[in-house]
Design a protein around this ligand. Structure first.
Ligand code: SAH
Length: 272
């Protein structure tokens, strides 16, 4: 049984509006939840095909500076967790997106990663990780919806054991590749499967982060939390909110509603 309380006494977040574009890109319309953010070629199983856009050849050199600016912006936007800020400074976000989008990798925007999915905007990644890890030192964390692997790479900078699950084969392959080099090399245990089932054989987790929105957060995930640990996930269909669950005992959870957000949907099963 889940004992949950309404978000009574929860101070209204400073930035409740506008809605944070999380995993969804700016072109996404909440009113039409089946809208794919990609162009006509982007069916459910299409990889990302982008016209070649010139990325600055020296982005690699400039990216340190761009990340310093990104981290400064995150601080201005209220992110205080130094572990998260340092991790986002360390991980090269431009390595996780298509080359044609690399020059936009440090904007505070969600970007397409193919298959109709997106990489969440930096503020959302930072906020979710900081909230999950607040006042704790999680040792083992599960991410549902690895996408291109960026958020898992950030997590792995300050969490020793990171597990991530992705349900779209092409993205799983992409994430595996992205996580095989750079700062996250060999630090994320990635699996292909339906994350709505969690990862029972590795539970309990000291934190769970869900990067796609279910109409309801799968209850099985709440049972895979260690007592005292936190899960953060978007919930809802047309109108979504970030939800924070804390497991307060063997059979009790505390639920708080946070900001309005927009994420791609959490879907059951896998996609070859
Ligand atoms: N974590 C990514 C965000 C990826 S977008 C980042 O760093 O930006 C959300 C991802 O969740 C998509 O790749 C989508 O395929 C995946 N997803 C949706 N439902 C899922 C499920 N049941 N199990 C695992 N992954 C799922």
């Amino acid at each position: 049984m889940i004992k949950s309380r309404p978000p009574k006494g929860q101070p209204a977040p400073a930035r409740r509006s506008p809605v944070r574009s999380a995993a969804l890109g700016p072109g996404y319309s909440v009113a039409n939840s089946n809208t794919r953010i990609l162009g006509p070629k982007a069916g459910a199983s299409s990889p990302l095909t982008l016209a070649p856009v010139a990325a600055p050849a020296n982005l690699g050199l400039n990216s340190d500076r761009l990340r310093i600016q990104m981290v400064r912006r995150l601080r201005d936007q209220g992110i205080r967790d130094e572990r998260v800020l340092a991790a986002m400074q360390a991980v090269a976000r431009h390595d996780f997106v298509d080359q044609g989008l690399a020059s936009r990798a440090y904007e505070d925007a969600a970007l397409p990663i193919g298959y109709g999915q997106t990489i969440s905007q930096p503020w959302v990644v930072a906020h979710m990780l900081a909230t999950m890890a607040q006042d704790r030192s999680p040792q083992r964390v599960l991410e549902i919806g690895a996408g291109c692997g960026y958020q898992a790479a950030v997590l792995a900078q300050f969490v020793p054991e990171v597990y991530a699950v992705e349900r779209i084969r092409g993205l799983y392959d992409q994430a595996r590749l992205n996580l095989s080099h750079g700062k996250a090399r060999g630090r994320v245990r990635l699996s292909f499967g339906d994350g709505m089932q969690g990862l029972e054989h590795r539970a309990p987790f000291d934190g769970i982060v869900v990067a796609a929105a279910g109409v309801k957060i799968p209850e099985v995930l709440l049972h895979q939390l260690a007592v005292g640990a936190r899960l953060i996930a978007p919930e809802g269909a047309a109108h979504q909110k970030l939800i924070l669950f804390e497991r307060t005992g063997p059979a009790s959870w505390h639920r708080v509603e946070l900001e309005d957000v927009r994420f791609v949907p959490l879907r059951p099963g896998t996609q070859a």
